[in-house]
Design a protein around this ligand. Structure first.
Ligand SMILES: Nc1ncnc2c1ncn2[C@@H]1O[C@H](COP(=O)(O)OP(=O)(O)O)[C@@H](O)[C@H]1O
Ligand SMILES: [Mg+2]
Length: 235
């Protein structure tokens, strides 16, 4: 589905992606891990065409994405930070999204799943961080796309919402979707990932099953395995 070759991205003098190669053909849940600032969001935005790499190529279903936009209709994307129009009401935002991108479904089900009914008439600027994140999640899952990209979807969520989100992700996986997710919640990673991709210093440090990372690092705990790698790298 996605083939990334020799991707380089610098912001000013800072090299963020440094010859990154990555291929995803498989359906299922691929989790991108890496310390803060390691380039996870930059990688995701590059796939979406929101960041233009300095070098390298990205193919989506066999076609270069540079200068293309139609492929984005096959992607649902949850941004790490959603900049909502602060003066719009929640229900007005849902209407706006429906006008911009026809074909949404499950909106009522998702609103009810995240118990957003009491907030529909509230302005987006007045929502708490967690409630705004629930709105962000509803918008993402309203569309039926073969590729779902979730950039830190758990931020600010209460435990009930976290469980609901997990259910949603698993349901989509069972429908045969490809899901790309970044998160720092290791229990979630362990529970749902089919494959993990660990970015370090602008390259892929590890890609594969959680068990092989544990084996490679001789740690039985994923959080410790990752902390070990970071300590060794930055020692
Ligand atoms: N638009 C930008 N302009 C300048 N620097 C940026 C920009 N976007 C990201 N960066 C920098 O690139 C690095 C990687 O950021 P990011 O991809 O957001 O990391 P992550 O998502 O892994 O935390 C950070 O040092 C960040 O400050
Ligand atoms: Mg990020």
């Amino acid at each position: 589905m996605i083939v990334i070759k020799d991707l380089h991205k610098k912001f000013g003098k800072v090299t963020v992606l440094d010859g990154l190669n990555l291929t995803f053909e498989d359906k299922g849940i691929h989790t991108i891990l890496g310390p803060n600032g390691s380039g996870k969001t930059t990688l995701i935005k590059s796939i979406l065409g929101m960041v233009i790499p300095n070098q390298g190529s990205i193919e989506f279903n066999g076609k270069q994405i540079l200068g293309e936009w139609e492929y984005r209709n096959q992607i649902s994307y949850l941004p790490q930070i959603a900049y909502f129009p602060q003066n719009l009401k929640v229900k007005e935002l849902f209407q706006m999204i429906n006008d911009l991108r026809p074909g949404s479904k499950n909106e009522a089900k998702l609103i009810s799943l995240f118990q957003l009914e009491p907030y529909l008439d509230k302005k987006l600027g007045n929502l708490s961080g967690g409630t705004a994140q629930k709105v962000n999640i509803v918008i993402t899952f309203m569309f039926d796309s073969p590729l779902i990209i979730l950039d830190e979807p758990t931020v600010g969520l209460d435990p009930v919402a976290l469980i609901r989100l997990k259910q949603l992700i698993i349901e989509e996986k069972e429908k045969g979707k490809t899901i790309l997710i970044t998160t720092h919640i290791m229990s979630l990673v362990e529970e749902i990932s089919d494959n993990i991709i660990f970015i370090l210093e602008g390259k892929i440090y590890f890609e594969g099953k959680i068990d092989s990372l544990k084996e490679q690092t001789k740690q039985s705990n994923l959080e410790k395995a990752i902390a070990n790698i970071l300590e060794e790298t930055y020692a």
